[in-house]
Structures are given as C-alpha cells and as structure tokens.
Design a protein around this ligand. Structure first.
Ligand code: PMP
Length: 411
C-alpha cells in the first residue's frame, strides 16, 4: 500500500518517493547537449556559448590573487544577500542616466541572469499565473518558471499587439536586444509602446538584456528601463521595469555575476527570495567583477569581441546562403549570438533535423524548446560565437547534408 508521500515507480514496480509534478515536463535540450559532447568530431552550433579565446585569462588570474589578499573577508566570508555594496554602487552608476536615477537600493546582485529569472518567478508569479511575451521565448526562462506552471500569452510588440490588460499577465518578459533564440532587435517605436502599455496598466516588465553590449552594426537603442524613467524624469526610479544584466557575455560566464535593477520594493522582494535560494552571492567573483569594471577590462575587451563575433556572424550567414537556402529562410541579426532559421515547409519538425544532424556531425537547437505552447516546431537556432569561420562553414555544410538525408527519407 502507498502512503500519500510515496508513488509507484512504473519501470521497477517498486515503491519510490515521488518528485514534484512539474519535473515531468522539463526540456531535454541540456541532456541532449551533454550526450552530444561525447560524439567524436561533432560541431556544436546549438548552445549560446562565448568564444573561450576571448577570456582575459591572465588579467583575471592576477585579479583573483589580488582580491583574496586585499579583501579576504569579502572574498572568502559570507556577504550581504543583496550583494557587495561597492559592486551595487558601481552598477547603479554605470546604468544611471539623466532621467534614470539609480542608487544601491535599485540594485541586486545575482548568480547569473539565470538566478534573477528564477527569483522573478518566485516574487511575481502565482501558481498557474500568466506570463506575456514574444514567442519563440528563451528556453532558460521557461525552465526557470516551470515550477510555477505558468500559462503564456503571446505579444507581438512590433505589430502593435500589446493588450496587457486583457492578457491578465503578471508580467511581460522581453529581450529587446537580440532575443534568444531569434536574434531579433525590437525597434524604438515598439519599445516605447511596450513601456507606455506597462505604465498605463501597471504590469511589470522584465527586461532581460544579456546581449545589450553585442551590437555589431548599429548604435544601441535605449533600454526599456531608460524609456520608462523618461516618463517620470528626475525622481529615483520607481517604475514597472526590472532590468536584468550579466557579465556572462561581456566578460566571462564562469564568474556567475549578474544584476537586477528596479524600484526599491521589487529589489527588496527579490532579495527576500534570494535569501532562501543562495543566502549570499560568491564574494570572490563579485570582487573580481568589480575590479574588472574599475580597471576598464570589459571596455578593453569589447572591440576585439565585437570584431570576432561580427566576422563569425558573417561567416555563418554566408555558409547558410550556400547550403541551407533551399529549406530555410532567416534574417541576419545586427547583434547577439544567434541566427534563427525557419523552415520554408512550416510542417517540418526540426527535432528531426537535430537527429539527422547528429548523423552528419553537427548539433543545432530545435525550435520546439523555445515555444511555450509547443505549437511551432519549424524553427532552428544556430549559434555563431563559439566556432571560427571554417568550422561554421563545415557545420552548415553538414546541416545541408542532414537536410538532404531527411528529405530523401521522406521521398
Ligand atoms: N537571458 C537570456 C536571454 C540568455 O540567453 C541567457 C544566457 N543564455 C541568460 C538570460 C542568462 O545568462 P547568465 O545566467 O549566464 O547570466
């Protein structure tokens, strides 16, 4: 007989303690990536990884030593839950503008933007609540909120479809700079309309901006939080936008240092949630990140990083023109890390493309995992930052071979 705390394990028919329900609907992308790592010679253009050759190894090695010696308590002891005060001040001053007035009460440090997304789910989402945003949507955000089992409402900001009140959304999730997976840049008019709608209806906007420093061809557009501050200039920021930034793409992801900027009340709520999740952030990593900021390391890295990624984006786009245009269409993004290709045959399930790619030696990310409703399976995400141009060309040639395999099997 089972007690309420036990469930029957179907495979072995033994009585086993049960897991929470939401675990039965996780995405299998990460485990597929891990399995693919073991395939010899496979080229991975599926992930969203920075190029390791951009990592400032010597500078960070020197800073690591220096911060432990100079700040042993901050580096090695427990620290404040909301983050190192000097780092919060530095982030507040970096993002302040004439109308966006920030101080440390507007800033929370998190372990990557990923932790911030998790905390957002904890403080803004009721079980079964509604998240509004553009589809396809970042798979990591869907994963972060899955324990709340939310429903999703599709917004089309560019098309003026921004009816926040009838959506009854608890917040809007937006990645205006080079969305993951689509690489799309949201234009200025749509940004303004989205911010206006949030101010009118009192709905939070979560502005997730890991790619904001990766503009290759154009000057950066204003952030949503800046446009929001323009609506009430001169006051300490109290608006509905929560801005998430990270050092992952402009410095290194391994530090796991990121930040949330918002009104003091939401920063406090997020801090309360963080207390039970992490107690405090990694002090050594925060000290290193602060020293890197103060020493101008990210600024010094930027030109090389942008040059490298621009060249790789162009190489991927050229290879796609040559090998994929019979089957897919895409826009070349002006920033970020991805090209999003949609199948001309909208009934194509790109899971089959991923399986065929594993046979020809390339790993790509299937559209299904970015669609919260699981309806559109015809997209494919291709990353251009990790591999050099010759590997990108070979990867896309293999993808073309995979497509031929697939359609020969169908015919
Ligand atoms: N948001 C988006 C849209 C992302 O693509 C990523 C990284 N893949 C993150 C947040 C989180 O990055 P991190 O946790 O490394 O800061």
């Amino acid at each position: 007989m089972t007690t309420p705390y036990l469930a029957r394990n179907v495979e072995s028919d033994a009585v086993r303690p049960a897991f929470a329900n939401w675990l039965s609907s996780t995405n299998d992308l990460t485990s597929r990536f891990v399995a693919a790592e073991r395939v010899p010679g496979l080229i991975n253009i599926a992930g969203g990884l920075p190029a390791p050759e951009t990592f400032p190894v010597e500078e960070l090695a020197a800073l690591s030593q220096a911060v432990v010696r100079e700040f042993p308590r901050d580096s090695l002891g427990y620290g404040p839950t909301d983050g190192l005060v000097e780092l919060r001040d530095a982030i507040a001053s970096r993002f302040s503008t004439q109308s966006l007035r920030l101080d440390r009460s507007n800033v929370l440090i998190t372990a990557g933007g990923t932790q911030a997304l998790d905390l957002i789910g904890k403080v803004l989402l009721e079980a079964g609540g509604v998240v509004a945003g553009e589809f396809p949507m970042y798979a990591g955000a869907l994963d972060a909120w899955r324990p709340r089992q939310p429903r999703y409402h599709c917004l089309r900001a560019e098309a003026g479809d921004l009816d926040l009140s009838s959506a009854k959304a608890q917040f809007v999730y937006a990645v205006p700079n080079f969305s993951n997976p689509t690489g799309k840049l949201v234009g200025l008019a749509a940004r303004r309309a989205l911010v206006d709608a949030a101010h009118r209806t009192g709905v939070w906007i979560v502005e997730d901006d890991p790619y904001g420093s990766l503009y290759y061809d154009e000057t950066p557009l204003p952030r949503l939080i800046e446009l929001s501050a323009d609506l009430a200039p001169g006051e300490a920021y109290r608006g509905p936008v929560v801005y998430l930034g990270t050092f992952s793409k402009e410095l290194v992801p391994g530090l796991r240092v990121a930040w949330a900027i918002g009104s003091p009340d939401i920063i406090q709520a997020l801090t309360t949630a963080k207390q039970s999740a992490a107690l405090c952030s990694n002090g050594m990593a925060q000290r290193i990140a602060l020293a890197a900021m103060r020493g101008g390391l990210t600024e010094r890295m930027r030109p090389k990083l942008l040059g490298l990624y621009r060249e790789r984006r162009d190489a991927l786009a050229a290879a796609m023109d040559e090998h994929l245009s019979d089957w897919f269409e895409w826009d070349v993004p002006v920033g970020g890390m991805f090209i999003w290709a949609t199948a001309r045959d909208r009934s194509l399930d790109t899971d089959a493309v991923v399986s065929a790619g594993l046979k020809t030696g390339v790993l790509v990310a299937p559209g299904r995992v970015f669609d919260p409703q699981g309806e559109d399976r015809s997209g494919l995400r291709l990353n251009f930052t990790l591999n050099p141009p010759d590997r990108l060309d070979e990867a896309v040639r293999r993808l073309g071979a995979a497509m031929r395999l697939l359609y020969e099997q169908v015919a």
